[in-house]
Write a protein that binds this ligand. Sequence first.
Ligand code: SAJ
Length: 437
Amino acid sequence: MKARLCVLGLGHVGLPTAVVFASKGFSVVGVDVDERKVDLVNKGISYLHEQYLDEMLRDAVSRGTLKATTDAVSAVRNSEAVIIAVNTPVRGGVVDLSQLESALEYVRRALRVGSLVAIESTVPPGTTAGLVKRILEESGLRAEEDFYLAYVPERVAPGRAIEELLTVPRVVGGVGPKSTQKAIELYSNVNPRLYATDATTAEFVKLIENSFRDLNIAFANLLALISERLGVDVYEAIKLANTHPRVNVHWPGPGVGGPCLTKDPYMLFKTGKGVFGSDIILLARRINDYMPLHTIEIIKTALRENGISIKGARIAILGAAYKGGVSDTRESPSRIVVRELLNAGADVIVYDPYTSESFGAKRVSSLEEAFKEADAVVVVTDHPEFKRVDLSGVGKLMRHKIIVDGRRVFDPYVAHGEGFKYYGIGFGKRLTFNDNR
Ligand code: SAJ
């Protein structure tokens, strides 16, 4: 018989994790402080937009392999393994571990001999072997002797959580060899590709992954800014650079959003504070945080060059989500772009086929409504639907045919050919009459 598992935190990581383990025959109890989430889960309804999640959740609840509760202590007491996937937000550069600490408090009160505790929340390196172990050992039980403790970083991208839980390799780091072994035994039930290490290395690996991406995107954004000064197209330049077998530059955009890349680098910075060169992590964050404001600058230039005052200009924002193909708006650059435009007195309209969020601006529910009477259309999110837009059709609806493309969703030459004034992040070229390709 498979172990009974308790998952503390039914968020973007915890809920898909609970469902995946339940689908593999575990008897899973999910715990959350939010009664609304608990009620929905018990009804077999997912509050997240995740591929496969709805069917798998319904199935698990109807088979009785997944239940949710707010009672963490009894859930832990009745489980052989506990996974903790609560939020560890960073505010103003300060890491807030209060949710993790309160989850650990429940675990400490109900920890059983022989149990495994696996931490998935992102934490500063050293947290599992230090703070977490200390709190749990206040139970009187000893790690590696009476219970097992490991750090297993989550690696799921919102929108593809189920698929990634089953297929993306995982790093498993125990506070000792027995803990690593126990955690490998648990996770091998859902994913065969596991790499063993110690807890602190596993914590460090998590921060490396997201900081690597954030730094690389910052580099791409810097290249975009340089391209605009140079009068070249950054996309063309990056594509050409990437033909080198050892170069793989990321892509620029109107900013970096989401709950992970916007916070994990600060944890790495704190860990390396005082180490020569660690400032590069903060500088990368600053570049990425600047990009929504740079987008505003491009919008202002576009309006000015076409004799339109920003006050009262009707500006349609395509995309509220922080990245393409998802409904997630956490830390989305779109929020900043909308806020700045509203502050400047523009008449802002937001369209996103995945979410109804509009950050205080007017929301419309179709592309046609977004383009209608618009003075400029600004692409913030690279949703696949936007790439399929027929510019010749929607262009007729606009008051002024101006595009500010933050994600290279449109081909500048096609747009130009359709009579649009094309502006884009990293597009330093000036298209003239003869520039049709
Ligand atoms: N972005 C760019 N240029 C790029 C790539 C992304 O501007 O070339 C932007 C996106 O539009 C988005 C932001 O960066 O606004 C972040 O998107 P993402 O796709 O890089 O990542 P997330 O935040 O959805 O998920 C990341 C993933 N980490 C890595 O790929 C290293 C995921 O595997 C992690 O599980 C997740 O963070 C997490 O929870 O830590």
